[in-house]
Write a protein that binds this ligand. Structure first.
Ligand code: HSE
Length: 450
């Protein structure tokens, strides 16, 4: 018997469980959970057509029912604080984890997978810390583990690395993956305001959390870097492998110095494949730090709280993905995309491509990474000081690309730009400069790398 297009349009797809409902448990009803529920209601008929079966929410679990006493019901379902009973129900096929934190969601996700439920999570910290364990549990149960929303919300980077570039060789990923810090740096750049004032504005406008530590110290971006590096290089890179520096030390003087060099300071997550002279991969590295980006690079133009991920792959060349990397609706969009994938597989059979860290490259220590540096220092303005300081760089085998000097009274402000140098050699130089009699202060060391 042949199936007509009309039958297909009516959801009469071939395969296991044709037309069957897909039971979904939602864990968490914060900003993202609320948007997911709203969109599931609004898009339900379209989603049924795309999946070939109807999504039915079996329950919504929250950690504290008291917080929801004004709205204890959603879509005719009473909220529960018993997540464990919800995820083990026979009529639940897919669990959507939107709780946040690590330990408690880890237990719930593992239990869901072990019980044969596919899981969709937006939890970057969980995936960056425990992807190996979660992915193994999903493989053993033969179910899906999706986490598109964990990196840059609506921007489809996980699927792009997992599927679209599955046949290519990714060389490097550099991204602005934290909207709060991009907002702060952009405000400092466009208005000249201090870090503290820009953070206060980001908090007032609702970009920064009440406790902004994870954003401004780079931890949130480091989790995303670990996930991107793992996917891009088919190697397990965890949060602990990522060198991480935040933006709290960036001053208006740094911003001004960047402008004079036609550069913009961005907090970049950089994931890099390191090669030997023959082009063979010797390892990978992932890092997060403030970075001077040349103004002609597309990442320099990413303003406000937008995110962008720039990918360089051997055959594809250079690609850039741009958009909303945070917020309820953009994150819910990514969650729904994953949910449709997991639900389709439940209805028709099959699995999504799983994590495959087969390449297992060594994660190279940050000290071995090479990049360029801007070193901003205040020195005594005396004859010969420049030559003397240049010797410090030469002694460490680091070559200089440019020196800019501004005098002010008996002192001078020097900005020294290096050629490519190893991080550990640079550290020796900075330590030596800091102790030098003619160096009054090393004001900042910012990497130039995009
Ligand atoms: N707080 C993050 C940001 C979004 O500012 O981009 C969630 O990862």
């Amino acid at each position: 018997m042949t199936t007509t297009h009309a039958e297909n349009r009516n959801g009469n797809y071939p395969g296991k469980g044709v037309g069957g409902a897909v039971g979904v448990a939602i864990l968490g009803k914060g900003t993202v959970g609320t948007e997911v529920l709203r969109l599931l209601g609004e898009f339900s008929d379209n989603l049924e057509q795309r999946i070939g079966g109807r999504i039915e929410v079996r329950g919504v679990a929250v950690s504290n029912l008291d917080k929801h006493k004004d709205a204890p019901e959603v879509q005719g379902l009473t909220l529960t604080d018993d997540a464990r009973s919800l995820i083990t129900r026979d009529d639940v096929d897919v669990v959507v984890e939107l709780i946040g934190g690590i330990d408690y969601p880890r237990e719930l996700v593992l239990e869901s997978l072990k019980n044969g439920k596919s899981v969709v999570t937006a939890n970057k910290a969980l995936v960056a810390a425990h992807a190996d364990e979660l992915s193994q549990a999903a493989n053993e149960a033969g179910v899906d583990l999706y986490y598109e929303a964990a990196v840059a919300a609506a921007i489809p980077v996980v699927g792009m690395l997992r599927r679209s570039l599955a046949g290519d060789q990714v060389q490097r990923i550099s991204g602005i993956v934290n909207g709060t810090t991009n907002y702060i740096l952009d405000a400092m750049t466009t208005t000249g305001m201090s870090y503290e004032d820009a953070l206060a504005e980001a908090t007032r406008l609702g970009y920064a959390e009440a406790d902004p530590t994870a954003d401004v110290e780079g931890h949130d971006a480091a989790s995303k870097a670990a996930i991107l590096a793992s996917m891009g290089f088919h190697t397990r890179v965890t949060y602990g492998d990522v060198h991480c520096e935040g933006i709290t030390q960036i001053t208006p003087a740094d911003i001004e110095a960047a402008k004079k060099s036609d550069e913009t300071i961005k907090l970049l997550a950089i994931c890099e494949r390191l090669t030997d002279d023959n082009g063979a991969t010797v390892g990978v590295n992932a890092r997060v730090h403030p970075t001077l980006v040349p103004n002609e690079h597309p990442l320099a133009a990413v303003d406000k709280s937008y995110n962008a991920i720039f990918v360089e792959a051997e055959a594809a060349g250079r690609l850039m993905f741009y958009g909303n990397g945070a917020g309820g609706a953009p994150t819910a969009s990514a969650v729904l995309g994953d949910l449709v994938g997991a639900a389709r597989n439940k209805v028709h059979g099959g699995r999504a491509p799983a994590d495959n860290p087969y390449a297992d490259y060594p994660v190279v220590d940050f000290g071995e990474v090479s990049t360029r540096y801007h070193i901003n220092m205040t020195v005594n303005d005396r004859v010969g000081v420049l030559a003397d300081l240049a010797r410090t760089f030469a002694d460490a085998g680091v070559s200089l690309s440019a020196v800019r000097q501004e005098e002010s009274g008996d002192e001078a402000h020097l900005i020294v730009v290096t050629h490519q140098a190893r991080e550990k050699d640079l550290q020796v130089i900075v330590d030596t400069l800091a102790k030098h009699d003619d160096v009054r202060s090393v004001n900042s060391v910012i990497r130039l790398d995009a």
